[in-house]
Design a protein around this ligand. Structure first.
Ligand SMILES: Nc1ncnc2c1ncn2[C@@H]1O[C@H](COP(=O)(O)OP(=O)(O)OP(=O)(O)O)[C@@H](O)[C@H]1O
Length: 266
């Protein structure tokens, strides 16, 4: 199993008056090439969970194993884990710190002692839909959508096997969101394992990712996309999921076994 999360709990500031429980008894296996979405209302523990995956946070209770490497084993080289798990943060500008896009894209491979050929660089630019001229641009002087795509490119530059997206489409218009979902679709086709935090479930209908729903820091649902939707509007409202018109239509198509897939494509 490429990623195993075994009975993980996480408490911030444990043993102090500021103690705050973030995760309780999380058990989750992530297969290679699979796609997952993590849902849950604000404060439920989503960010904490993804931060435990690449060793940014080490749980005291339970264990996380990435391709056989435990994040809590003192002998594990945490850099090896970080190289496998790319994180695209919610606010891309928080990831940038160099004056040009080219330097941003070259930084991580250098850090992981990896070469990135010009061809590889151009294929990444092609995938994210930006031309060569962007390489000389200041990353802070790009539009929100362009910044988001450069942030994805900087993660792709070191070719991680697993890619985590924290709210990848937040703040973008329809066109910008569509571009991001198309990139994610390409990455899925390339065999990457993809984990996404989002609140907009209806945008994910074309992908039908597996769902991990967290409520009060515990897993309240783990399973397929369609079975989650089939829980229905009332049950999903309790899980803080907005049952949009699009989700309602999809729910009806599932209930009545009518194929409407084409309607939901980008
Ligand atoms: N650095 C921290 N110190 C103390 N408590 C924290 C810290 N970070 C998060 N928490 C608490 O842990 C719990 C889980 O937070 P987390 O950020 O993982 O939730 P989330 O589901 O990602 O929320 P959001 O959707 O708002 O990003 C919350 O109660 C939060 O207040």
């Amino acid at each position: 199993m490429p990623i195993e999360i075994n009975n993980v709990s996480y408490i911030y500031a444990e043993g102090t008056p500021f103690e705050s429980v973030a995760l309780k008894n999380i058990n989750w296996n992530i297969d290679e090439g699979s796609m997952w979405v993590i849902l849950g209302k604000t404060g439920s523990g989503k960010t904490t969970l993804i931060q435990t995956l690449n060793g940014l946070l080490i749980p005291k209770t339970g264990e996380i194993i990435i391709d056989g490497l435990s994040t809590k084993n003192q002998k594990t080289d945490i850099k090896k884990i970080r190289e496998k798990i790319g994180m695209v943060f919610q606010y891309p500008e928080s990831q940038f710190f160099l004056p040009t896009v080219l330097e941003e894209l070259m930084f991580a491979p250098k850090n992981f002692n990896k070469n990135i050929s010009p061809n590889k660089l151009y294929s990444i630019l092609n995938l994210i839909g930006l031309n060569k001229n962007f390489l000389n641009r200041n990353p802070f002087a790009l539009s929100g959508g362009e910044m988001r795509r450069v942030a994805i490119a900087s993660v792709l530059s070191y070719d991680p096997k697993y890619i985590i997206f924290d709210e990848p489409t937040v703040g973008l218009d329809y066109d910008g969101r569509k571009k991001i979902w198309k990139i994610i679709d390409e990455l899925k086709k390339l065999g990457k394992t993809i984990i996404i935090i989002t609140h907009w479930l209806d945008e994910l209908i074309p992908f039908k990712p597996n769902i991990l729903h967290i409520h009060n820091h515990e897993i309240s649902y783990i399973g397929t996309f369609d079975n989650f939707i089939l829980l229905g509007e009332d049950e999903l409202r309790k899980k803080n999921i907005v049952f949009s018109e699009k989700l309602k239509l999809y729910y009806c198509s599932l209930k009545n076994n009518i194929k409407l897939e084409k309607l939901f494509q980008y």
